[in-house]
Structure formats: C-alpha cells, structure tokens
Design a protein around this ligand. Structure first.
Ligand code: ATP
Ligand code: MG
Length: 412
C-alpha cells in the first residue's frame, strides 16, 4: 500500500471521548475512526490487523474440527423469548420494525445456532457438532470508555459445540482451552485462565482467559510460580496470601482484560427449544452444549495496550498490518527508482509492504512509522544508496544496520 494513495491520514489531534491508550494510538495513527462511543470504523490499517487476528483464530478453530458458518445479526424475537433472554439480558439491543414486529441484534448466538444445529442433525451419528463464526456483535453496554476494548458493536469469534455425552463434552472443552492458549500465545499475549461461575448462562464452571493490563476492567489474583488465577469477585483467597495451589509464592493482584472464555451450557438450550437427537436406542436426548467466545477487536486493543511505547504502537508480527514499511527519504530520482523497485520486488515476493512514498520530511516519516508500528522499517536514501543498501531497523529495537539491496528478500 502506497501511503500517498490512501485517503487516511494520521493526525496529531483527537476527537471524541477517549482516555484509553488504545483509542488514542489507534485513532491518531489511522487504524480506526470513532463514529460514536463504542462504535468504530476499521480503516485500511485497522482492518488488516483485525483480519490477521481473525486468521490466527480461524486456523486454530479449524484445527479443532469446527466448521465455519455465518449467522444473521438480525434475529427474530421468538427464540429470545423462549430462552428468557428477551427480558433477562440487559445488554440486548431490541428493534421495533415499522410493521410492529420486534427484533433483536445478536449479542451472542445461542438462540440462532441451537435451533439451527438441532433441526439439521436429528441423529446421534452426526455428533459431536462444532460450529463457529467470526462476526459482529451488538451490546447495549452502559460504559464504552476503553476504546475498542469495549464496543457497543464489536468483532467476536463465537463457537458452539454439541455433544451426546458429558464425557465427550469434557474432553472437547479441554481441547478448546488448549487451542485458546495457543491462539493468545501466537498473538504475543500471555493469557491466564481463571475458573469462574458461568453467570447468566449457567451454574456450571467456565474458564475466562485474562491478560494482565492496566487498561482492563477486571481484577485477578494470581500466582507467578504456577497457573493459579481467580477473579476477585469470586475469590476465596486474598492477595498476599500463600498460593493455595503450589504454596511457593504469595498471590499478586492485577488489573486484566478478558480476551475470551468458554462456557459449559449443559442441556439448557436443547431443552429450551425442545429439540433433541435420537440416540442408539431410538430415545430422544438433549445435547450438552458449550460456547466459546474470543473478542477479536478487544484482542486488538489489548495488543496495542501491551506493546505500545512512548513513540506509538509496536505490533507483534502475527497481528501487524504489514510485515515491512519501506520509507523513501527525499525525492531524488535514483532514490525514488530504488525505493519503487524494492516495493515492487517485495510485493511480488508476497511480502506485505507499506510504502511511505510521500513527499514529507524524514522526521515526519520516521515519527509516523513509529506510531504505526510495522515490525520492520527499510529506509532508502541517498546515503544508503551510496552503499547500494537500505537501512534495516526493527520497531522493537534501536539498532540499525545496512543491508545490500539485492539481499533484502533473502534476509527477510
Ligand atoms: P465482559 O465481562 O468484559 O463484559 P463478557 O463476559 O460479557 O465480557 P462474553 O459474553 O463471554 O463476554 O463474550 C465473549 C468475549 O467477547 C469476551 O471474552 C470478550 O473478549 C469479548 N467482549 C465481550 N464484550 C465486549 C465488548 N463490549 N466489546 C468488545 N469485546 C467484548
Ligand atoms: Mg459483558
């Protein structure tokens, strides 16, 4: 992408409410644009990041054997009444049409996926069934002040699994937990797993995946020597106490953001829709259902919060909008030719390149490159060209080196 040709410019000023770091950095660097509190446009750079995170999540869901679908965001009222959600879920957006019909905007999709799967899979032979989608969710959140970490419209991966037995479910639940830990690790995040009660969804145990960050809205107590971690609200322990699991360290307290969770929904949804499957003895049974969410847009915000420095964003490679930013300094003909050629060659080699081909000062270009946070910066200038080289600098390091123009692709 040539920076001279995108309509999105970075800006030094901010509009709208936004005290959080991710809001400020993402808005200033031109990744997102706020339409209103909790609702954002993802601009070309931001959309690329969202797609990167989405792809990591998709690969791990596919590896679990889950099938991807795309379900509607606009829902009829009836299934929400059946499960009680119409009256009990306070964040549910409700819409009245001009013909007097009521609709809901999806805040989660059990009400759509349960009837879908249960009607299409009448026999135990089709189980277990695992479906997921990556799509927008709507929630009437009271406070949307954490930038893209708490949206009223946000991007989520939601998976649902349907099993004939509790044992089969339990085994899959563990696999899903492992897949989640892999996803967050691939995205450069260390997620701590808390065990929490299922809240509105069920009385059963659920796992929440929490990442330590001051921008988070949760508080966890955790051990640094083992994986013990609980949310403060449910906790029978206190910070400073010896870890009840390993006994080797005192529990710490930290603010954290929930990036994902997995719930055991039991037979609630099968029963709510009075739909089951037929077992090997021709008896009707209700499936055990699990749901598994990851807040993709929240993960993007958390990565910004965790990796930013005083100059801007520092993307891990797995989530970066581009792998390389080529910076051309000056408009000297030979420099322009060399920089254009480098951009073309890298692009042809399949490298995703952001090319700063604008006629602005070196200082402005470097400051903006730091703000955008592409992992590798390659600068072409008269000085580097005298050595038939580019200046190679990683965003997460201050070191620079010269690399011969002909060796850049190989070095990458
Ligand atoms: P929270 O306690 O933060 O409101 P939740 O328990 O309501 O989260 P779920 O309903 O389980 O969350 O949704 C699954 C995932 O979606 C969460 O783990 C989180 O990462 C993300 N998420 C939830 N609400 C929002 C929101 N308003 N904006 C962005 N992401 C969200
Ligand atoms: Mg919530």
């Amino acid at each position: 992408m040539r920076m001279s040709q995108t309509f999105v410019k970075s800006s030094k000023t901010l509009s709208g409410e936004g005290d959080s770091l991710n809001y400020q950095l993402l808005t200033r660097a031109g990744f997102v644009d706020q339409l209103m509190a909790g609702v954002y446009t993802y601009l070309p750079l931001g959309l690329r990041v969202l797609r990167k995170i989405e792809q990591v999540v998709r690969e791990e869901m596919d590896a679990l054997g889950a099938e991807e679908v795309l379900m509607p965001m606009l829902h009829p009222k009836e299934p929400w009444v059946k499960t009680g959600g119409w009256d009990s879920i306070d964040v549910l957006f409700k819409i009245k049409s001009r013909t007097g019909n009521d609709y809901a905007l999806g805040q989660s999709e059990e009400e759509v996926v349960a009837p879908l799967v249960l009607s299409r899979a009448p026999s135990y032979k089709q189980y277990p069934i695992k479906v997921y989608q990556i799509h927008w969710k709507f929630r009437d959140e009271l406070r949307a002040k954490s930038g893209i970490m708490r949206g009223r419209e946000f991007f989520m991966k939601d998976m649902y699994s349907f099993h004939t037995t509790q044992e089969d479910f339990d085994a899959f639940y563990q696999q899903a937990k492992e897949a989640y830990l892999r996803i967050f690790k691939r995205l450069g995040l260390t997620a701590k797993v808390t065990e929490a009660s299922g809240g509105a969804f069920s009385e059963k145990i659920s796992y929440e995946f929490e990442v330590l960050t001051d921008a988070g809205e949760d508080v966890i107590y955790y051990c640094e020597k083992c994986d013990f971690c609980v949310e403060d609200e449910i906790a029978k322990v206190k910070p400073g106490e010896t870890c009840p699991r390993c006994g080797k360290s005192e529990l710490k307290e930290g603010k954290s953001a929930e990036v994902g969770n997995v719930f055991d929904l039991g037979q609630k949804y099968g029963k709510a829709f009075d739909m089951g499957f037929v077992d090997e003895h021709d008896q009707k049974q209700f499936p055990v259902v699990g749901c598994y969410g990851i807040g993709i847009s929240r993960v993007m915000g958390v990565i910004v919060e965790k990796y930013a420095d005083e100059k801007g964003i520092v993307w891990p490679e797995s989530a970066a909008p581009f792998a390389v930013q080529v910076v051309r300094l000056g408009a000297d003909e030979a420099v322009t030719r060399a920089a254009d050629k480098l951009y073309d060659e890298l692009t042809k080699a399949g490298v995703e390149v952001l090319y700063d081909d604008r006629d602005v000062s070196a200082g402005a270009k470097f400051a903006e490159a730091d703000m955008i946070g592409v992992p590798l910066r390659l600068t072409v200038s008269k000085r580097t060209l005298a050595e038939e080289s580019v200046e190679w600098k990683r965003r997460d390091s201050d070191e620079t080196k010269l690399v011969k123009l002909g060796e850049v692709t190989a070095e990458l």
